[in-house]
Design a binder for this molecule. Sequence first.
Ligand SMILES: Cc1ncc(COP(=O)(O)O)c(C=O)c1O
Length: 396
Amino acid sequence: MNSQQWMEKADRYIMKTYGRYPLVPVRGEGCSLWDADGKRYLDFLAGVAVNNLGHCHPRVVAALQKQAAELIHCSNYYHIPSQIELAELLCDRSFADRAFFCNSGAEANEAAIKLARKYSREKFGTDRYEIITALASFHGRTMATVSATGQEKVQKFFDPLLHGFRHVPFNDADLLRRAITPNTCAVMLEPIQGEGGIVIPSPDYFREVRRICDEHRLLLIFDEVQVGMGRTGRLFAHEHFAVTPDIMTLAKALAGGAPIGCMLAKEEVAASFGPGTHGSTFGGNPLVTAAGVATVRAIFAEGILENTIEMGEYLMGRLEQLKKKFPMIVEVRGIGLMIGMELSVPAGEIVARALTQGLLLNVAQDTVLRFVPPLIVTSVEIDEMLQILEGILAEL
Ligand SMILES: Cc1ncc(COP(=O)(O)O)c(C=O)c1O
């Protein structure tokens, strides 16, 4: 079937939860996608920061093929070697001592919310359940994570929301301090707000947040679902701020495109999750965790973090040059290959035109063009992207 035929069928059978672009990708390799009509696209969205190793990375494909032939699924009633290996890889490279696996970012945050509440109640009493999060944050689409998310557009229609969340402006430690009540148990933040428009806090914000959490004995939860796994040039984005959390959530890029979520925690906190307290049928199953192990190994074996830093600097520099040329560009900001370009006009038209010219980009918060290409991107591919983008900016 061609793209048009697929889209007609989608219109008939698929729920309309997404405003989808007219594109039917059927094959991917590296930073390229091909649609059902054979047209190539340069992918600077990477499945929204999922395909960090590019599409169909050979190590991930090989791991999936091998594991699929051996054992796809068993149950968390049993021990799962690839899950254990992935937990070890992540704990060895982070502040954490233990991992819990699930299937998505929202589920990882659900797990973090439940763990923070259970730990805090056991330690400090039943009144400690409230979690402070940031305005313009995004933590997922389940009821708890919608309640945690600081965006009205995500929350409306779903009242009543879950009780026990307070939202404060991001990057303002004073207001966060003032929002603490005797009921507060944790603070949950993205190290860089992704859906919020690539918002990078001031260098000392998280140090102050950590200090506040320590003073009030609150847990600090970092949602690294979008910015983790090398996106910023460090394995975890919070490493840039020299602060460690008590709990961290991962998903998106953790298994090279296979659906996975993970919550990591320090031993003392993790100990609150005993048998029967939380779980997931598919969470950390043999297939996805085999892909996760291959992904983490590839990041270090193939110099992915180094390339992210180098290409991030190159792309930022080139976008800064564009800013001098086009007054509609208000600001270029980012760390590594997590880059936003804020415009004085809505960015949707640029994304639509880019698509027709074989370039995949994305918008966050209406006016911010988001660049989250695979971390294997080359300067040749960046130049190709910029040539298309510059042509579109010149047309507008
Ligand atoms: C920071 C952050 N947290 C959580 C989520 C939710 O992840 P998922 O869509 O896998 O549930 C996202 C998704 O964009 C995200 O960016």
